[in-house]
Design a protein around this ligand. Structure first.
Ligand code: MN3
Length: 240
């Protein structure tokens, strides 16, 4: 993808004069995603769009609290939890594949950091619709149709008891819908279905309660309007 398209995909390429600001955001995002072992701390990934960018489906206040309070707290608590453990200085992937040996605070907060990094990216303003190309073909051949996939994924999110996540993953070369409790994810050795996450949906109450109260299914139905299929397709293309 060329630079312009990448920036446009982040929803931040709006004013030509804001390129410098965009560069700073892009660098920060790359830094928080590809943390190298020379860096001592994980950092909070900036939200790649404005708090109100996903309205009316997800309200600005929810996005602000979700990113600036919840996500930020996971980052701070993850860094604290890692101190003095064998996991300090390791990558997300290395930590997650041995997470069964990690303290609960590393598991809960590490998942919280990584899952939200992904969540912000698989959403975007003026998105929704349906995937196309190889991803659409794989969804159709695996689930029968896009509508059937949507129904199964929505059910996975709606029926996850308590707090957790719904996922579309590539597992042993196949698309699979699964869900995880709390901040677990399919990269963790404890996950029921292990694989590469392609799409993530946060079904914690903090993701929707201000606007939807107890109506999780309504939040999920509306959430499809902000799914960034270009990002999901990119993830699929990179692991397929
Ligand atoms: Mn959340």
């Amino acid at each position: 993808m060329d630079r312009k398209k990448f920036l446009a995909s982040l929803g931040v390429l709006t004013v030509a004069g804001s390129i410098k600001k965009v560069d700073a955001i892009t660098n920060k995002i790359n830094q928080s995603l590809n943390r190298s072992n020379t860096m001592s701390k994980f950092e909070l990934m900036p939200l790649p769009y404005a708090f109100n960018a996903l309205e009316p489906h997800i309200d600005a206040r929810t996005m602000e609290i979700h990113h600036d309070k919840h996500h930020a707290a996971y980052v701070n608590n993850f860094n604290k939890a890692l101190e003095g453990t064998e996991f300090e200085g390791k990558s997300f992937e290395d930590i997650f594949k041995n997470i069964s040996k990690a303290p609960a605070a590393v598991r809960n907060n590490g998942g919280g950091v990584w899952n939200h990094n992904m969540f912000w990216q698989v959403m975007g303003p003026n998105k929704g619709g349906q995937p196309s190309g190889p991803l659409a073909d794989a969804i159709n051949s695996t689930f029968g149709s896009f509508d059937k996939f949507k129904e199964l994924f929505s059910t996975a999110g709606a029926t996850r008891f308590g707090s957790g996540w719904a996922w579309l993953v590539l597992s042993n070369g196949k698309l699979v819908i699964t869900s995880t409790p709390n901040q677990d994810n399919p990269l963790m050795d404890v996950a029921e279905v292990k694989g590469t996450p392609l799409l993530a949906l946060d079904v914690w109450e903090h993701a929707y309660y201000l606007n939807y109260q107890n109506r999780r299914p309504d939040y999920i139905a509306s959430w499809w309007n902000v799914v960034n299929w270009d990002d999901v397709a990119k993830r699929f293309a990179s692991v397929k």
